[in-house]
Design a protein around this ligand. Structure first.
Ligand SMILES: [Zn+2]
Ligand SMILES: [Zn+2]
Length: 347
């Protein structure tokens, strides 16, 4: 089968023929992949930005961790009734043997391996995953929408971490897919005003406009505070959620937060940010990090996706076959695309 693989450390990846998956571990299922999203993590791995060195021992490894498909075979310990089930999968595979795993404290597993990072992923026609990682999909949920479950759980977690509640005014920084999903979940949480900022980000802000978010701001050519002046006249925001990964944004964003407000950091930052902590203290503000969601969030996100397919589909701006994945990666790297999905045609 054709697979998009990371062959060695350094920039790049390879589309190559690899053997079909012929054996499964007893607790695994074989998924025929129908759609796989290209994620910021995939772009980092392709560009080989620091932080992914531990992947080296898994290479060559098939990338792709945001996917959905159909179970076509099961390992010896798995109920055969699962064949035919449509699923997405949590990408983080627990080691099962570290002290945390043995104590039942999954969140602190020290030996996790990510599907599509530390073990073979879903930029291929088939992927083998542990049954325990599978999340069943309701009938009628399209595969390309279901493939977005994982990044959407990241968005839901950021909104939960910010405790966004009915009537809140929320500022979202960064209009990439994560910022877009955050806007959707802020709306679902009952926020009264959602302002989304980008910097030289016309196409992605337009994607947000097209799915109904009117308060978008491009900060190109001005400071954040100046660009938001008309909103800040009515006071600071109740919650600020950062999804830019740009450290210089953090102190400016804090100045847009009201007293006792919550700022959530969801971006991955290449350098430390500088924050005036005395101002933070005097304003009683909270700065919170948000990353992987708990398992319980997955079902809620799948339900949200099933109920809001048309809206979410508006965030998929480009679709490619696996053979054209390189084009998809180039587009995903540019600020013109929102979500790029690789489709796997079925015979
Ligand atoms: Zn991802
Ligand atoms: Zn473990």
């Amino acid at each position: 089968m054709l697979a998009l693989q990371k062959m060695q450390p350094g920039a790049g990846f390879e589309l190559r023929q690899i053997p079909e998956i012929s054996t499964l571990s007893p607790d695994e299922v074989l998924v025929r992949v129908r759609a796989t999203g290209i994620c910021g993590t995939d772009l980092h791995i392709a560009a080989w930005t620091p932080g992914y060195e531990s992947m080296q021992s898994a290479m060559p490894v098939t990338l792709g961790h945001e996917f959905a498909g159909t179970i076509v075979a099961v390992g010896a310990n798995v109920d055969h009734g699962m064949v035919g089930m449509n699923v997405t999968a949590r990408p983080s595979v627990l080691c099962g043997t570290c002290a945390a795993c043995r104590a039942g404290d999954e969140d602190n597993c020290t030996g996790r391996r990510g599907i599509g990072i530390g073990r073979n992923g879903a930029f291929a026609s088939h992927v083998a995953v542990p049954e325990a990682n599978c999340v069943p999909l309701p009938s009628g949920l399209d595969f390309e929408i279901a493939a977005l479950t994982e990044p959407m759980t990241v968005c839901a977690e950021a909104v939960d971490t910010g405790e966004v509640a009915t009537g809140d005014r929320v500022l979202v920084l960064g209009p990439g897919f994560i910022g877009q999903g955050i806007a959707l979940f802020c709306e679902a949480a009952g926020a009264s005003e959602i302002v989304i900022c980008g910097h030289n980000d016309g196409p992605r802000l337009a994607t947000l406009n097209a799915i109904g978010f009117k308060n978008t701001v491009d900060t190109a050519g001005s400071s954040l505070r100046d660009a938001l002046a008309s909103y800040l006249e009515r006071g600071g925001f109740d919650v600020v959620i950062e999804a830019t990964g740009a450290p210089h944004v953090v102190p400016e964003a804090l100045s847009c937060l009201k007293k006792r407000g919550i700022m959530v950091i969801a971006g991955i930052h290449p350098r430390p940010a500088s924050v005036d902590l005395t101002v933070l203290v005097r304003n009683h503000q909270q700065l919170r990090g948000s990353y992987r969601s708990p398992l319980a969030t997955w079902g809620r996100v799948v339900d949200y996706l099933a109920a809001n397919q048309q809206r979410v589909r508006g965030l998929i701006t480009h679709r490619f076959d696996l053979g054209d994945a390189a084009k998809g990666f180039d587009l995903a790297q540019s600020k013109t695309a929102s979500k790029v999905v690789i489709q796997h045609p079925q015979d």
